[in-house]
Design a binder for this molecule. Structure first.
Ligand SMILES: [Zn+2]
Length: 761
């Protein structure tokens, strides 16, 4: 959840949990390492609060254990990630050693008596920090996938120190002077376009991190970053504690309306917690969401809803609102002022495609009224269903409330579209969906995927695949970690364990997808929801971005990109799940029977169903994120009150809440990643729909010529081309917002402006 790693080199290397049913993933772009957040599937965080086991004091790490984390990776495929050699007790000494090495390398570059050249400065930086990159990768995997109390303890201790380390490098005055000299001379150095972009990336990063500041201002920024790092850790640990600490145990007669699969999962979850014979509704999105969709018990729906949306907001030991959020906002504003920006959002967006918070806000506020209008229509439809069951004035009559939205939406879905999403599930077997992703990637990019065994993993059920190109050449490895476990972040995300590069010979990439499906009994398939299928394609889109990378310098390797662009390839990839070519082959039940055509037609028809809700809950969060980071913290006061007041000004419908209420908004408060950056999902989604129409305007989803342009202009170039230029190369024009609005069933005004923005330079 925090950015750790070598900031000079850091752009969105670690990408992307996606949280959301509809295309509103949730990710954080990270520097070299980070952890993912965001709920979506039934993760079962078992942490803190209830019976937190005190970790037994670990035996000190041996020098060999420490070296195992730092050493170059060995074995086939350009070296394998040594997951089998990790001892948690070795993390701290290994991180310390990596930081010391990296600082020494950077000092050597900065203190070089020779005048700066591209080679002795930029290339030297690209070659530095390799041991650090290795240990940070492993550390990031443990803090996001295996964050047991012993790992959390290391994390708490190390996060401020890692923040300090980043600042030492980012603020190295002698180093920045060299980069600055190269940047100023960039047009006379005979650099390739990729090299020129790399110089700009280092320069812009340095500026953003305060490299141009006077020494006393730098010291202040460093102190702020360290305080922030500790606050982020506290924020996310509070949230995990509230997710683990509140479990609703139900009896068999409390389950009216719930599908059998949900009952089974709840029974399993209760048994895991020592409540055999009962049914556990966990305080996670993946538990809450289906319960609110199906439970006939309005009293229990309200209870589950209130518990979930009160996470971090209980005014108890795990409260995030009273001190943590105000303190974070204050520190961020101070930092922005030190950097010469009016607010944190303005500082944050300086190197994004959107460029300014005003540009981002303009796009959001353009879409918002359409979403609100649609929400009112949806509520009216739902109220009709409720009134038909219990007319107003009779016992049982209700007015739709926030805990009713999903429940009645499901009834409207059945009535209006005759679509019961439970009918879809038997046709979505996890393994087949994965094979469908492989197939579509084969059609678009020429990739083949072959399972490899005997490769070290960090969990027993992980799968590893070798990826080859059309010519049969090795491209990289794809790791898949599908199942939930204690200490694993909820949600789904992609991680890049090793970026592609050709600087010193060809280094193939290693990427992973991570999810939180519940492991089935032996021999049974994992049946997933349609939304989960979309999420699978989404995360795989990030992986494909990485696998297509074809750059010289590791810093520029895909999926690195500006944050408001990095979700574009992943959101785009979601489109291929619903192509008939994939569905007819891979959406099959356990007997091999493909999903019926009329069911597919209903899914297609219902694509604009409930878009008021999905767009509205996302946008409310994204707009609030920007408001929090544009406002003067002194005027904000209690974050709960600010949230309420600002949403009222937006005419937020009373029947729904923000997807991530402020006290739970991990994307923006458990790290820097998405702070003033949550808008980027919308930004990228506008690109996604506009780009997909390039396919449908041509020969369809598998049009070879458009696929080649997508590969050549977007997927392979990483950050070696600025995002606005890359997009224009692909589409032949700037993006337009109309395709996005059409996709949601929102009215399209003539000549709607789009994310245009000044580009990254
Ligand atoms: Zn994503």
């Amino acid at each position: 959840m925090r950015a750790v790693g070598f900031q000079w080199r850091g752009l969105a290397l670690k990408v992307s949990p996606k949280s959301n049913p509809e295309p509103f993933p949730v990710m954080r772009s990270m520097l070299l390492v980070g952890a993912a957040i965001v709920a979506m599937m039934a993760a079962m965080p078992v942490l803190a609060q209830t019976a937190a086991p005190t970790p037994a004091p670990a035996p000190p790490a041996s020098p060999a254990d420490v070296q195992a984390l730092l050493a170059p990776w060995t074995g086939p495929y350009g070296g394998l990630v040594p997951f089998d050699k990790v001892k948690v007790s070795a993390f701290k000494p290994a991180l310390e050693e990596a930081m010391a090495q990296n600082l020494a390398e950077v000092d050597a570059i900065a203190d070089n008596p020779k005048p700066p050249t591209f080679d002795n400065t930029i290339v030297a930086l690209e070659r530095a920090g390799k041991a650090g990159a290795r240990v940070f990768t492993l550390y990031g995997v443990w803090t996001s996938n295996l964050a047991t109390p012993d790992v959390q303890a290391v994390d708490t201790e190390m996060s401020p120190r890692l923040a300090e380390f980043q600042d030492k490098i980012a603020q190295n005055a002698k180093l920045f002077a060299r980069v600055d000299a190269l940047y100023k001379a960039r047009d006379t150095l005979h650099l390739t376009p990729e090299q020129k972009q790399l110089v700009w990336v280092y320069w812009a990063n340095g500026v953003k991190q305060g490299a141009q500041l006077a020494p006393d201002a730098k010291a202040k920024v460093t102190a702020i970053n360290q305080k922030l790092a500790s606050l982020y850790t506290a924020f996310s640990q509070n949230l995990l504690a509230d997710e683990a600490g509140y479990v609703l145990y139900l009896k068999a007669d409390d389950l009216a309306g719930l599908p059998q699969a949900l009952k089974d999962a709840a029974a399993g979850a209760a048994a895991d917690k020592g409540h055999k014979g009962e049914y556990a509704i966990l305080n996670t999105r993946s538990s809450m969401d289906p319960f609110l969709t199906y439970s006939d018990r309005r009293d229990l729906r309200e209870k589950v809803w209130r518990t979930f949306y009160s996470r971090g907001d209980n005014r108890d030991a795990h409260d995030n609102t009273r001190t943590i959020i105000p303190e974070i906002l204050k520190l961020r504003a101070e930092k922005a002022h030190l950097m010469g920006y009016p607010n944190y959002a303005a500082w944050k967006l300086q190197d994004e495609m959107a460029k300014t918070p005003e540009n981002a806000m303009a796009l959001m506020l353009k879409v918002w009224p359409a979403a609100v209008a649609r929400i009112h229509e949806e509520v009216a439809d739902m109220q009709k269903v409720a009134d038909a069951e219990h007319p107003q004035g009779t016992p049982g009559a209700i007015k739709i409330e926030a805990w009713d939205y999903r429940y009645y939406a499901e009834k409207v879905r059945k009535a209006k579209y005759d679509l019961d999403m439970n009918q879809v599930k038997p046709y979505l077997q996890l393994d087949k969906v994965r094979d469908g992703m492989f197939w579509a990637a084969g059609q678009l990019y020429g990739f083949t995927f072959t399972r490899v065994e005997g490769v070290p993993t960090f969990a027993p059920a992980m799968q590893v695949y070798e990826v080859k190109d059309r010519a049969g050449r090795h491209v990289g490895l794809w790791y898949f970690d599908p199942y939930a476990r204690p200490g694993k972040n909820s949600g789904a995300w992609m991680d890049a364990y090793r970026p592609q590069q050709t600087l010193d010979g060809s280094t193939p990439t290693i990427v992973s997808n991570n999810a939180n499906f519940v492991k089935p009994p032996p021999g049974q398939p994992v049946l997933i929801s349609w939304d989960d299928g979309v999420t699978m394609f989404h995360e795989f889109g990030h992986a494909l971005h990485g696998l297509n990378s074809n750059v010289t310098y590791p810093t520029l390797a895909s999926p690195s990109q500006a944050q408001d662009f990095v979700e574009f390839p992943s959101q785009l990839n979601e489109n291929w799940l619903s192509t008939p070519e994939v569905l007819s082959r891979f959406a099959v039940d356990v007997n091999g029977k493909p999903i019926p055509a009329d069911l597919v037609a209903k899914i297609q028809k219902s694509k604009t169903f409930n878009t008021g809700f999905t767009v509205g809950e996302y946008l409310a969060s994204a707009i609030m994120d920007m408001k929090f980071h544009m406002a003067d913290p002194a005027t904000i006061g209690d974050p709960d009150v600010f949230e309420k007041t600002e949403l009222a000004k937006l005419n937020m419908p009373s029947e729904m809440v923000m997807r991530h209420r402020t006290p739970q908004f991990s994307h923006i408060f458990s790290g820097d990643g998405y702070a003033a950056g949550y808008y980027s999902y919308l930004w990228a989604e506008v690109l996604d729909h506009d780009a997909y129409e390039a396919f449908t305007e041509a020969g369809g989803p598998y049009d070879k010529a458009v696929a080649k342009r997508l590969h050549d202009d977007i997927m392979q170039v990483g950050y070696s081309v600025p995002p606005d230029v890359a997009y224009r190369n692909f589409r032949g024009r700037d993006p337009e917002v109309a395709a996005y609005l059409r996709s949601k069933g929102f009215p399209v005004e003539a000549a709607a402006p789009a994310p245009r923005a000044a580009g990254t330079k």
